[in-house]
Design a protein around this ligand. Structure first.
Ligand SMILES: C[S@@+](CC[C@H](N)C(=O)[O-])C[C@H]1O[C@@H](n2cnc3c(N)ncnc32)[C@H](O)[C@@H]1O
Length: 585
């Protein structure tokens, strides 16, 4: 998925000629009549005839090679689009690190698949193939190296590629001319708006998107006399859906969230992968030492940013980052930079009792454990049994000795344990902040999904609050985070907790991020909602993320009774549904 593929896209890889493998193939086999060396009674083939037959054969071979390459490319694209990721589908969750663990070409360093699979399943949604580009370019190099003289068949395929390139250039030129001719927005008929945009019209479509935004920004002066604002907005929404492959539901949410000038920036940022980052495990090493060790292995690495003392950004690597000796020894965790933020906001202290309510596969839990310097007690819980196993693997690898892993439903956790100083609720969510990682979110979410998410989020957050010791001398804090940008899953959930439990919003202590909404589409939230922090890919080059910090202030249970009545009213069916969906997230 992604932006729809423009047929004349310059970045599209040209069809490759035959690689080393085909060069190694034996002599072509000729049809019987050509191969016959003994004279036969049948008509003798002349030498020109033989030449013609040989050419025919070479042509057929060229066609076959091109077909083979095209098939291979389609398969690779499918894989990178996640279509054929059987394991992910079976497990119901995805292994963020699985691409890292894949050796580039030959088996490099350690490659203990089974172990890595468990240990490195990281965070919310799948990492796409972050080293795809690197791998494919090195493959290309490998295929083209060597001093063997080019075969005839290669020359021909080169000619074809050159011809294709020229055709592309010409059609691009034509499209640009077309765009320049359409100065004003051309309103299509109703039917034309809703039908799928033809691929070749994508550049025109983007032109129209920009023009419509231009008109909407100065509506009084630039609109067509008989056109309403709504008509322009409808056209814009439909064009954006077509161009970026979103469903209308999510596009509406995005249009509600951002000023028009920002919408394209946000959508474009979702087409680009965030930087690959790792977190130093300070229980085992120092960032400087880790960076040096990785540099020695051919990893191009730098400190992430001034707001973190443990993050490193990886520009490129000659070794699989999920299989270096340092990785296997637990010197670092593969982790998106946004995942550092809720742990920093939680600020767990040594010797405290800390709960990570939705902890699998343990990315944030292992950071919390390191911040606690392996002291006190960390309970890392997850409702999904398989995912909970990954917490165990990761805590072992990273050397945590203060951690207890539990497999309980977070909506009822306080019935089993309580009295915690701090709790992180990194809630299961729609993933609307991590579209770059999981493009399926663009078209798969609807109102019902969001409702299911926020129902579970509210229930888990209320229960997390109930698990906290409000008389804690060091804490009494709850951090709520999601990798969604939707208000329903964020500010609205926090407001629900404020209404139903004795908690207040406090500052996160995070030094950057956009303030939470205090008003949204006519709904007012608590003024302190501004202390919450929102993170966006186009502004911070991080996954879309939300972080709120709450403090439990008394034993009085607020309107607990009222909220429990509301909870009971929710259909049991809905509850079961949401647990299954979230647990299999
Ligand atoms: C966003 S992920 C957590 C990622 C994790 N904090 C990390 O950093 O590695 C949400 C997790 O919530 C779990 N979950 C879903 N429903 C739950 C529930 N009712 N109680 C506890 N955990 C739940 C899912 O299995 C999933 O692992």
């Amino acid at each position: 998925m992604g932006r729809r593929k423009v047929t004349d896209d310059k970045s599209a890889k040209p069809v490759r000629g035959p690689g080393r493998k085909s060069k190694k193939q034996g002599e072509p086999t000729f049809p019987k009549e050509l191969a016959q060396t003994e004279p036969t009674d049948k008509k003798k083939v002349s030498s020109r005839g033989k030449q013609r037959a040989r050419k025919r054969l070479e042509k057929d071979k060229l066609k076959q090679t091109i077909n083979k390459n095209t098939k291979l490319k389609t398969a690779t694209k499918r894989q990178s689009d996640g279509e054929s990721n059987d394991e992910e589908q079976i497990n119901g969750y995805t292994d963020e690190n699985q691409q890292w663990l894949k050796p580039k070409k030959k088996k490099e360093l350690f490659d203990d698949d089974e172990q890595n699979e468990e240990e490195s399943m990281d965070e919310d949604v799948p990492y796409d193939d972050q080293f795809n580009e690197m791998e494919s370019s090195s493959e290309e190099e490998e295929e083209n190296d060597g001093d063997e003289p080019k075969l005839d068949i290669e020359k021909q395929s080169k000619k074809i590629r050159e011809k294709q390139r020229q055709t592309k250039e010409r059609s691009e030129q034509e499209l640009l001319t077309n765009i320049q001719q359409h100065e004003k927005v051309q309103f299509p008929s109703g039917q034309e708006v809703t039908k799928e945009a033809p691929q070749a019209d994508l550049q025109l479509l983007m032109h129209r998107i920009r023009e419509v935004i231009n008109v909407l920004n100065d509506f009084k002066n630039k609109r067509e006399a008989n056109r309403s604002r709504k008509e322009y907005l409808d056209l814009l929404r439909q064009d954006l859906c077509n161009y970026y492959s979103y469903n209308e539901f999510l596009m509406n949410k995005i249009l509600d969230l951002f000023p028009l000038a920002e919408v394209i920036d946000f959508l474009e940022a979702n087409e680009v992968q965030r930087p690959v980052t790792i977190r130093t495990n300070t229980l085992k090493t120092r960032r400087r030492d880790l960076a040096q060790a990785l540099i020695n292995r051919g990893v191009n690495v730098d400190p992430l940013d001034k707001w973190t003392k443990v993050g490193l950004v990886i520009y490129n690597s000659q070794v699989p980052i999920g299989a270096t000796p340092e990785y296997l020894c637990g010197h670092y965790m593969l982790q998106g930079a946004s995942s550092f933020l809720p742990c920093m906001a939680l600020a767990p202290q040594p010797n405290e009792r800390v709960l990570d309510m939705c902890a699998a596969p343990g990315g944030k839990a292992t950071y919390i454990g390191a911040l606690m310097r392996n002291s006190g007690i960390l309970v890392a819980n997850d409702a999904n049994k398989d995912r909970a196993r990954a917490i165990i693997a990761n805590t072992h690898r990273l050397g945590l000795t203060n951690t207890i892993v539990t497999n309980l439903d977070g909506r009822h956790f306080s019935e089993h344990m309580g009295g915690f100083d701090r709790c992180l609720v990194d809630a299961p969510c729609s993933g609307a902040g991590v579209i770059a990682k999981d493009q399926a979110v663009k078209s798969s979410k609807d109102e019902k999904d969001i409702q299911r998410c926020f129902t579970a989020q509210r229930q888990i957050l209320l229960n997390a609050i109930d698990s906290i010791n409000e008389n804690s001398t060091t804490g009494g804090y709850i951090v709520y985070s999601t990798c969604s940008i939707l208000v329903e899953e964020n500010e609205a959930v926090v407001q629900y907790a404020l209404n139903n439990r004795p908690v207040k919003i406090v500052e996160t202590g995070l030094e950057f991020g956009v303030e939470g909404f205090t008003n949204f589409k006519g709904t007012s939230f608590h003024p302190f909602m501004k202390y919450c922090r929102r993170y966006y890919p186009h502004l911070h080059n991080l996954d879309g993320f939300f972080v709120a910090k709450l403090k439990k202030y008394s034993t009085k249970q607020g309107n607990k009774k009222e909220s429990e009545t509301i909870e009971k009213e929710k259909k049991k069916e809905e509850e079961d549904d949401s647990l299954e969906a979230m647990a299999d997230d």
